[in-house]
Design a protein around this ligand. Sequence first.
Ligand SMILES: Cc1cc2nc3c(=O)[nH]c(=O)nc-3n(C[C@H](O)[C@H](O)[C@H](O)COP(=O)(O)OP(=O)(O)OC[C@H]3O[C@@H](n4cnc5c(N)ncnc54)[C@H](O)[C@@H]3O)c2cc1C
Length: 372
Amino acid sequence: MELSTEASTILQVIFINVVLSGDNAIVVGMAAAGSPPDIRRKVIFYGIGGAVVLRVLLSLLAVQFLQVVELLLAGGLLLLWVSWKLFREIRQSAAEHSGTEALGRLGPTARIIAGGHSLLPMMKLRMARPEMLIDINELDELSYVRRVDAEIRIGALTRHVDLLESELLAEHFPLFADAEAVIADPVVRNRGTIGGSLCQADAAEDLSAVCSAAKAEVVIRGADGERAVAMEDFHLGPYMTAVKAGELLTEIRLPVRPGAGSAHEKVERRAGDWAIAAASAAVWVDGGTIADAGIALSAVGMTTIHLTRAEELLTGSPPSEELFAQAREIAAADCSPSADGRGPVDYKRHLAGVLTHRALRRAAARALRQEA
Ligand SMILES: Cc1cc2nc3c(=O)[nH]c(=O)nc-3n(C[C@H](O)[C@H](O)[C@H](O)COP(=O)(O)OP(=O)(O)OC[C@H]3O[C@@H](n4cnc5c(N)ncnc54)[C@H](O)[C@@H]3O)c2cc1C
């Protein structure tokens, strides 16, 4: 039987439509099976939604042959996009769930190991005695710096070196590069992670102050789902964080706002050493006035010190040397350093003030695009 061109085109389109939708259904089915409920919902939404859009497009344009060719191209691209989104969602979800699932199964005697640069020294000193280690280094899906709407998101397994080299962070939060340039040495930076740094909660560690000043929030995942915690609520004490037994830190989120400038200043005994004191500062300038400010100190207290009083002082005033000098006095007063091999209390207080002043000056210059 001889078919008209139009009928034959329609038949071809229906055939392709069925094949594409069938493929799509298989992808959706595979993706949804065994996924946790929140991911399953997304997968079904994207998968079925993609198939429906494809079908509607195909039906609308099926009768015109040239458009069919374009449509096939568009349909293929749409299918690729849907599949790629699904693939990423599933890989990331699987990564996070395999970590939390292992933690839940092995109990509180198991510990996550990321770069190992803090945990292994603690184990050597017998300050940590985990019975099992859960190595998350294979979870590449937790290693990224990306922009999502008005946020920069950093995966917990992102290495120091990737933070140092990130153009996105350099553009919006240059205090990361300031800090990373003086954290340890290339051996540590190639392996150590932001998640490990924050979860170690060592008061002398730089990235906690950086994330506090940048007003970050962190995402913590456990068997019951995930929750977001502001950095100011993350550290509960020395080496203690809001991450509970059986939970995994998965992501750090930084809000991107206009008029931002930030800087990190540190003094150490020799290159690559831990800080004697360090200060992180971020300001958001709007119409010549500081609309918001974040300031935090490392190594001058039992935990990262959040300088709330100084932040309140700055907010609502134009940036000036006088204002930053007042913030310096507050920093020196509000920290609580201990005397140790790195220096006496008075010296560390003085340093905390001076570094706060310098960090604020540089943050403001960056916000106003006046940095030399
Ligand atoms: C010689 C040397 C010098 C250093 N100098 C500095 C410095 O100047 N400034 C600085 O800031 N840091 C410094 N560090 C620390 C370095 O930054 C470490 O890499 C970092 O503290 C820990 O990261 P990690 O990935 O190695 O964590 P790990 O050692 O693997 O883990 C540390 C802790 O975090 C937990 N953990 C890790 N990842 C997760 C997660 N995703 N969710 C839940 N828990 C998790 C682990 O169970 C462990 O308790 C130095 C380290 C060394 C060895």
